[in-house]
Write a protein that binds this ligand. Structure first.
Ligand code: UDX
Length: 455
């Protein structure tokens, strides 16, 4: 019997393409044929970065369809991409599936679409093809989305999604604390755009519920409250964890692997890894506060500074920072993050708390310093700091900025606690609130592990 043929389609942003590509890689290992559909722009970037890594895998066929926009400038206008995708891509996807199914190849019998692309599930349904929605964020974020009608009934938000008053919610005891002003749609400054995004989310959530399967890149142990509230969402984090070996494809930038050699030369548990995912940008003053804060820690650091992180400009600050950098730290434009986080030299991760970064850090036992920007990142911070207690957040000043002194203090606080713990393990019976478990497990003095057998 021929291998079943699955079409996988991600939302065209980095934090979605990587996990869906990892899922595709897992499926290929289990004998599936995969057609992976990107937008044309994403397709080119993925191909370039893959060729650089020598990782082109002919078992996953990469194809492209247009996103409906003409220029990069248009793609940067808030809301434009989502609107164009919705207008153009359903027709193009249907055409592509018809073409494949009319050809000699094995027909597509299942579509796995990014949870944010409800329309792709609709196309599959219309064509009589089974469909799965894949959620690249925490289950908690979709549980909140499913609760929108109750939030309206309870007078927490109005019909356009605007919070009626600022308040903190917790939908279940092990779920994150959610501030109404941090709701994904409520952080959009432009009210008209907020209304459009909110409406699109409500519509999308309705379509997602029609999927045959709804799977999430998470585990029950991480989010028991969310999975109990919405048992239709199935966690498949363990499946992905088996692939988290740093061989993932789907990157938009070429990785600079020289930082791994630099990490090899650093003492175990010494380096602060600093990375803000694929979107977040800084103002120049905030950039300088972070640079100064890192210098003041007097600890080695590895900082991912994408070309566009410096407020869109190619500021000269990095050059000014160079003398110290040469001895204390490394700056790269894109790191092999999964390999970095599993490196024994890493002490902690200063992160924007994107869900991928969060699960990558947690699965490597690396504690976090949280610097969320938008979307689900504030809820993820609450998981990290309030629920799992594996990290600390920063205090912001009235303008929302984080000062260099605060950065130094939080690094010291986090790593001071860890050093205390690893030093004490030389003696007998220390009790700690939270241990650096991977480091403890691999410590030569540890004889056995009395555990609750979580995954
Ligand atoms: C976006 C949103 O910001 C996030 O909140 C949402 O949960 C997913 O979509 P992004 O900002 O890119 O994602 O962050 P994140 O989810 O952390 O994904 C970034 C991915 O890029 C991770 O898999 C990370 O390993 C990878 N990465 C990042 C690298 O490989 N190298 C780097 O230098 C930086």
């Amino acid at each position: 019997m021929a291998n079943p043929h699955v079409l996988v389609i991600p939302f065209p942003v980095q934090g979605h393409v990587i996990p869906l590509m990892e899922l595709a890689q897992c499926l290929v290992e289990h004998g599936f044929m995969i057609t992976f559909v990107n937008t044309e722009v994403t397709h080119e970037r993925v191909l370039d970065a893959l060729a650089d890594k020598g990782l082109l895998d002919d078992r996953i066929r990469l194809v492209a369809i247009p996103d409906g926009l003409e220029s990069e400038e248009e793609r940067k206008i808030p809301g434009k991409l989502a609107e164009a995708i919705y207008r153009v891509m359903p027709g193009k996807l249907e055409e592509l599936i018809r073409e494949i199914n009319a050809s000699e190849e094995e027909p597509i019998t299942c579509v796995i679409a990014d949870q944010g692309l409800g329309w792709a599930l609709e196309v599959a349904g219309k064509m009589g093809i089974r469909r799965a929605a894949f959620l690249t964020a925490a289950a908690a974020s979709l549980v909140l989305g499913f609760r929108i009608p109750c939030l309206i009934d309870d007078g927490i938000i109005d019909h356009d999604g605007t919070p009626i008053k600022k308040q903190t919610l917790q939908l279940a005891p092990t779920m994150p604390l959610m501030n109404t002003s941090d709701f994904v749609w409520a952080r959009v400054a432009n009210l008209a755009l907020q209304k459009i995004i909110f409406g699109a989310m409500v519509q999308n959530n309705r379509l997602v519920k029609l999927a045959d399967w709804l799977v999430c890149n998470s585990t029950y142990d991480l989010e028991p409250g969310a999975f109990d509230l919405a048992p239709e969402i199935k966690p498949i984090g363990p499946l992905l964890a088996s692939n988290r070996l740093g061989n993932s494809a789907g990157h938009f930038w070429m990785e600079d692997s020289t930082c791994l050699e630099w990490l090899d030369k650093q003492p175990p548990g010494s380096v602060i890894y600093v990375a803000f995912g694929s979107f977040a940008t800084f103002s120049k003053p905030q950039f300088e506060e972070l640079a100064l804060g890192l210098e003041l820690t007097n600890r080695p650091f590895l900082w991912v500074l994408r070309q566009d992180t410096k407020d869109g400009t190619n500021a000269t600050y990095v050059e000014g920072f160079q003398p110290k950098t040469a001895t204390q730290g490394q700056i790269v434009s894109w790191a092999p993050q999964q390999k970095v986080l599993s490196h024994p030299a890493i002490a902690c991760f200063l992160s924007h708390c994107g869900w991928n970064s969060t699960v990558e850090s947690v699965s490597n036992g690396v504690p976090m310093l949280c610097w969320p920007y938008f979307a689900d990142q504030f809820f993820n911070q609450s998981y990290i700091c309030d629920i799992w207690k594996v990290g600390l957040g920063f205090k912001r000043d009235a303008s929302g900025a984080i000062a260099h002194g605060e950065i130094k203090n939080k690094v010291d606080e986090l790593l001071g606690t860890m050093t205390h713990c690893t030093d004490r393990i030389q003696g007998r019976g220390p009790l700690v609130g939270w241990a650096p478990r991977q480091k403890v497990s691999s410590h030569p003095s540890v004889a056995c592990f009395l555990s609750h057998c979580g995954w």
